[in-house]
Design a protein around this ligand. Sequence first.
Ligand code: HEC
Length: 101
Amino acid sequence: MKSIAAGLVALATMGLASTAMAADGKAVYEQACAMCHAAGVANAPKLTDKAAWAPRVATGKAALVASVTKGKGAMPAKGGNAALPDADVAAAVDYILSAVK
Ligand code: HEC
């Protein structure tokens, strides 16, 4: 009985670890970006406002990832989460791009 429980814990832990490694853009967005981009805080372009995103999308993904990494205007570097891995920043930008196109 005990070993079955331990096995389940190990499986659950593995599942969590692989989720974190795969950089789920939607999850990163919700944790690190939505507080500004959902409501338009500090004039952040809202995720639902395609017109606001169109000229930014036109600059290309690399430019947008660079803006988030370095910060732009009222947006702090990495949205204020300095510990955010670059892969997570890129995944969150991918999520935004897929949501606004
Ligand atoms: C503190 C509020 C805030 C947070 C948190 C935040 N942003 Fe922003 N974001 C902004 C604002 C404000 C702008 C507009 C900047 C400007 O154009 O002056 C912006 C602009 C952007 C742009 C367009 C950049 C460009 O070159 O035009 C992207 C892409 C972006 N944010 C992605 C993200 C991602 C991804 C995250 C999470 C990792 C995030 N933001 C977190 C406020 C925020």
